[in-house]
Design a binder for this molecule. Structure first.
Ligand code: ADP
Length: 811
C-alpha cells in the first residue's frame, strides 16, 4: 500500500468513526426521548437530554482535542459529578475539573496495573466493579453492584472510572468521576449520559490521533514527492545539459535545505586514487574551498571524507570536536556526515554535509543523503569521464602549443628558453632546467632554466646557466640516461637509489622528472621538471607529455644548431661577395678605361676580326660591371636604415623614371607609355627611400624593355584604390613559363627560356625589387604568358594623412 492510499484510508476511518459516534449518541438520545411520555416526572430528564444534545453539538464544532475534552468534563460536572479528570495514555491528567482543583494521585497517569487490566478483556475480578460504561471502586471492599439498588451513599475516596478503549483493546484514556452531587453511587440505570459522553471522548481522541497520523503521512508523502521531483529534475538536467556544476549546485542546495545543514561539499577522488578535491561546494568561504584542489588534493589518509573513502562506510560525526580526524573548514561546524559515492565497484567521491548543530544528522536524514549521493555519483562519474577527456584534450593542446613555442624560433637561446618555459607550463612545477650533454666529459651543462611565480622571497635556485653536473657523481642517473630512459622520483620513494637521492638534495627538490632529449638515438641533453614545494608523483600521462616535449625540443635544438651553421656560412658568403665586389670594381674600372685607350690608339690599324674581339671584351666587362653594381646595390639595400625615410611623391618619381628610359625603348622601336590615374585628385605620396624606390621602378621598366623584342609595346600604369598605390608595367615581350615564374624573385635566378637566353643579366634585379617593396610594406607580383607578354607590378601602402613626415620634403 502506498502512502497516498494509506492517507486516504486513515481519513475515511476518522470521518466514519466521528459519524458513527454521532449516530450512536443520537440513537441513545432518541431512546431517552422515547422514554419521555407526557409524564411531568420525566421533565427534568428531558431537559438533561436536551442539554447533552447541545453539548455534543458544541463539541463537534471544536477542532482541538483538549477543548473538546474540557467541554466534555464540564458537561459531566453539570450532570452531577463534583470532580472530573480525563487522563490520556502516557500523559499526566489532561483535564481536571474544576480547573482550580489540585490533581490527586488517582488523577495521575493510567498506571501500569490499569493498563494491563483494561487492555485485555476485564478479568473476572473486575466484572464485579462494573457499573454502566465504567467501574466503581470503593474503599470499602464490597461488590460495586451490591446495595446499589439500595442507593448506597458515595463515600469519600470512592471512584467511578470509565476507560476509553479502541477496538484493538488499547486503553487510550480514562475518565475518572468523583463526588456525585446527589451523594449516591452510580448505577447502570443513571449513567446513560456517561456512556454517551465516553463515546464522544473516544471519537474525539480517535479522530485527533488519526488527523495527527494523516498529517504525518502527508508530510512524509510531501517529502517523498519533493524528493522524486528533485531526483527527476537532477536526472533531466544531467541528461539535457551535462552541466555538472549546475546539477551539483542544485543537488547540494537541496541536500542542505532538506537536512538543515549549513554547508555541503562534493569531493572527487583523484585519478591516481590517492586524494580528494572539491568539485562543488555551497556554504563555504572561497578560501576554505580553495584549500584543496586537483593538483593539491587532501590525502585519503586524512579527514572524515578520507575515512569515508577508506572504509567505504557512511561517516556520521555527531560532534566534530570529539573526532580527531575531523579537518575544520568552517569554524561553526559541530556535526558532519560524509557519504562515499560508489560507481562500478569503486569509490569515486564523497558527499559531505556540515551543520552548526551537534548531532544534526540522524537516522532519518542519512538514508536520504545516501540516496542523493547515489544519484550524484552518476553525475560525478559523467563529470569525471568528461574531465578526463577534456584534460587529455587540454594536454594535447598544451603539448601542441608547447611544441609550437619550442620550434617558433631558430635562435638556440630562444629555443632553450622556450623549452624550459613550456615544460613548466605543461607540468606546473617549481622550476625547470634544460641541460646539454657533453659526451667527452660525461657531464650535463645547464643551458637554460625557468622558475614559475618568481616572487622576491623565493630562495636562489641551486643552478645557473653553465652549472656543470658530473654524471660520474650520480652513477644511477648516468645509467638510466645511458639507457635513454626517463627518471621520475620523489623524496620519500622507498626504492630511491642513494645517488639519485643525493641528486634531489643537490637540486633542492622534493620531486623530479628528468627526460633525455634524443635525436636519432643521439643523446643531446635532458629536460628536468623539479618540484620544491611538496612531494609529487608524476603520472604516466605527465611523463608521456614531458617525453613528447623532450623529443620536440631535441628536434628544435638540432634545427637551431643547423640554422646557426647555415647562417654562419651565409655570413661568410655575404662577406666574401661584398669584399669581392668592392675589390673588383676598381680594377675592373681601370681595366675598362685602359682598354678603351688601347682600342682608340689602335683605331686605324685594327682588323675586322680584332673589332669583333673588342666587342666581346666590351660585352663581357659590361656584364661584370653590372653584376658588381647589382651586388653592391643589394648590399647597400640591406644595410640602409629606415630612419632615413621621407615622404615622396611617387607619381613624380615614376614619371621621371619613364622619361629617363624612353630613349632605350626608342632604340628598340618600342612604345613606352605611362598612365596615371588622376581620379579624385588622390595623393600618390608614400613614405620611404627615394633611391630604393627609383631603383625598383627602374628595374621593372628596364626588364620590360630588355625582355620585349623590337617593335613591342610597354605600358606603365600608376593607380590607387584608396588604401594602396599600385604600379605595374605591362609588356608584349617573350613572357615566362608558369614553372619558372615561382622562382623569379629569388636571388641570382634567371628564367632561361630559349627566346631570352641571348639576353645578359645577373638575376639580381627582381630580388632587389622584392626587397625594396617589402621593406616599404608592399608586395610584388607577376602575371606572364610565354610568347604573349608579362605584367610585373607591386603595391605600396598609402601612409595615414596625419603622418607628420608627409608634410616634409617631397623632392
Ligand atoms: P636579370 O634581368 O638580370 O636576369 P632579374 O632579376 O631582373 O635579373 O630578372 C630575373 C629573370 O626574370 C630574368 O632573367 C628573366 O628571365 C625574367 N624576366 C624579368 N623581367 C621579365 C620580363 N619583363 N619579361 C620576361 N622575362 C622577364
Amino acid at each position: 500500500m502506498n502512502f497516498q492510499s494509506a492517507a486516504i484510508l486513515a481519513l475515511s476511518v476518522a470521518i466514519l468513526s466521528v459519524v458513527l459516534s454521532v449516530t450512536i449518541s443520537i440513537t441513545l438520545l432518541r431512546r431517552g426521548q422515547k422514554a419521555l411520555p407526557h409524564d411531568p416526572q420525566q421533565a427534568p430528564e428531558q431537559d438533561r437530554l436536551l442539554r447533552l444534545n447541545r453539548a455534543i453539538e458544541q463539541m463537534l464544532e471544536l477542532n482541538n482535542l483538549e477543548d473538546r475534552l474540557r467541554l466534555l468534563a464540564v458537561t459531566l460536572r453539570e450532570f452531577g459529578w463534583g470532580r472530573v479528570t480525563i487522563t490520556l495514555r502516557d500523559k499526566s491528567p489532561l483535564i481536571v475539573e474544576p480547573a482550580n482543583s489540585i490533581p490527586t494521585p488517582d488523577d495521575l497517569i493510567i498506571d501500569q496495573a490499569w493498563q494491563t487490566r483494561w487492555e485485555k478483556q476485564p478479568p473476572a475480578e473486575l466484572t464485579k466493579y462494573r457499573v454502566g460504561p465504567g467501574y466503581f471502586f470503593t474503599k470499602l471492599d464490597i461488590d460495586a453492584t451490591e446495595g446499589v439498588s439500595d442507593g448506597y451513599a458515595w463515600l469519600p475516596g470512592d471512584l467511578f472510572a470509565i476507560p476509553i478503549r479502541f477496538g484493538n483493546g488499547l486503553t487510550v484514556a480514562v475518565i475518572k468521576l468523583f463526588d456525585p452531587t446527589n451523594g449516591q453511587r452510580p448505577t447502570s440505570a443513571n449513567t446513560h449520559y456517561v456512556t454517551i459522553l465516553a463515546a464522544q471522548a473516544r471519537a474525539a481522541i480517535e479522530s485527533s490521533q488519526l488527523v495527527e497520523e494523516v498529517g504525518l503521512i502527508t508530510q512524509q508523502l510531501e517529502d517523498q514527492i519533493e524528493e522524486l521531483v528533485m531526483m527527476q529534475h537532477v536526472d533531466r538536467e544531467l541528461a539535457a545539459t551535462l552541466d555538472f556544476d549546475a546539477v551539483m549546485m542544485l543537488t547540494m542546495d537541496w541536500a542542505i535545505r532538506r537536512t538543515g545543514a549549513s554547508a555541503g561539499m562534493l569531493n572527487m577522488v583523484t585519478p591516481d586514487g590517492t586524494g580528494l578535491f572539491p568539485v562543488a561546494a555551497l556554504g563555504y568561504s572561497p578560501e576554505s574551498t580553495a584549500r584543496y584542489s586537483e593538483r593539491n588534493p587532501l590525502p585519503l589518509t586524512q579527514g572524515v571524507t578520507g575515512r569515508a573513502v577508506r572504509t567505504r562506510q557512511v561517516q556520521i560525526i555527531a560532534d566534530t570536536q570529539t573526532d580527531p580526524e575531523y579537518i575544520e573548514l568552517l569554524d561553526t561546524t559541530r556535526s558532519e556526515v560524509a557519504v562515499p559515492m560508489e560507481m562500478r565497484g569503486g569509490i569515486i567521491g564523497v558527499l559531505n554535509l556540515e551543520s552548526e548543530q551537534v548531532d544534526a544528522f540522524d537516522n532519518l536524514s542519512v538514508p536520504f543523503i545516501t540516496r542523493l549521493a547515489a544519484r550524484a555519483a552518476v553525475a560525478l562519474d559523467n563529470a569525471r569521464l568528461y574531465r578526463e577527456a577534456e584534460s587529455r584534450a587540454d594536454q594535447m593542446s598544451a603539448l601542441y602549443s608547447a611544441g609550437r613555442s619550442v620550434s617558433s624560433s631558430l635562435e638556440r637561446a630562444d629555443v632553450l628558453k622556450n623549452i624550459a618555459r613550456s615544460l613548466a607550463g605543461l607540468l606546473d612545477t617549481s622550476y625547470t632546467v634544460v641541460a646539454d650533454y657533453s659526451p667527452e666529459r660525461s657531464e650535463l651543462v645547464v643551458s637554460a632554466f625557468y622558475r614559475a611565480n618568481d616572487k622576491p622571497d623565493t630562495p636562489e635556485l641551486p643552478v645557473v646557466a653553465g652549472t656543470v653536473i658530473e654524471l660520474g657523481t650520480y652513477p644511477d642517473l648516468q645509467h638510466t640516461l645511458n639507457a635513454q630512459r626517463a627518471i621520475d622520483t620523489y623524496e620519500s620513494d622507498q626504492a630511491l637509489p642513494e645517488t639519485i637521492r643525493s641528486f634531489l638534495v643537490r637540486m633542492q627538490c622534493k620531486a623530479l622528472l628528468m627526460v633525455p632529449m634524443l635525436v636519432q638515438d643521439r643523446f643531446l641533453g635532458v629536460v628536468m621538471a623539479l618540484e620544491q614545494r611538496r612531494e609529487r608523483i608524476f603520472t604516466q600521462d605527465e611523463i608521456l607529455l614531458a617525453e613528447s616535449l623532450a623529443s620536440q625540443s631535441a628536434a628544435a635544438l638540432r634545427q637551431a644548431t643547423l640554422y646557426e651553421d647555415v647562417r654562419e656560412l651565409e655570413n661568410v658568403k655575404t662577406e666574401m661577395i661584398r669584399m669581392a665586389s668592392h675589390d673588383l670594381r676598381n680594377p675592373l674600372g681601370n681595366l675598362m678605361g685602359y682598354f678603351e685607350i688601347l682600342v682608340s690608339t689602335l683605331d686605324k690599324v685594327i682588323t675586322s676580326d680584332q673589332t669583333e674581339y673588342v666587342a666581346y671584351v666590351r660585352n663581357s666587362t659590361e656584364i661584370m660591371r653590372t653584376l658588381i653594381e647589382d651586388l653592391l646595390t643589394l648590399d647597400r639595400l640591406e644595410s640602409e636604415r629606415q630612419i632615413a625615410w621621407i615622404a615622396i611623391d611617387f607619381k613624380d618619381l615614376v614619371a621621371a623614371e619613364i622619361e629617363g628610359q624612353k630613349s632605350s625603348a626608342e632604340l628598340k622601336q618600342q612604345t613606352l607609355t605611362l598612365f596615371i590615374d588622376h581620379a579624385d585628385n588622390r595623393s600618390f605620396n608614400v613614405l620611404g627611400s627615394k633611391t630604393q624606390l627609383r631603383q625598383a621602378v627602374a628595374n621593372l621598366v628596364g626588364n620590360a624593355i630588355k625582355y620585349t623584342p623590337a617593335d613591342g609595346n610597354i605600358q606603365a600604369k600608376l593607380t590607387h584604390n584608396g588604401k594602396h598605390i599600385l604600379f605595374e608595367v605591362e609588356d608584349t615581350g617573350y613572357g615566362i613559363s608558369p614553372e619558372r615564374q615561382v622562382k623569379l624573385f629569388q636571388r641570382f635566378y634567371r628564367a632561361r627560356e630559349v627566346s631570352t637566353e641571348h639576353i645578359p643579366g645577373t638575376g639580381l634585379g627582381l630580388s632587389m625589387v622584392k626587397t625594396v617593396v617589402e621593406r616599404h610594406g608592399g608586395e610584388v607580383w607577376v602575371h606572364s604568358e610565354l610568347g604573349v607578354g608579362s605584367t610585373f607590378g607591386f603595391w605600396l601602402p598609402i601612409p595615414p594623412a596625419s603622418d607628420p613626415a608627409l608634410s616634409g620634403d617631397t623632392t
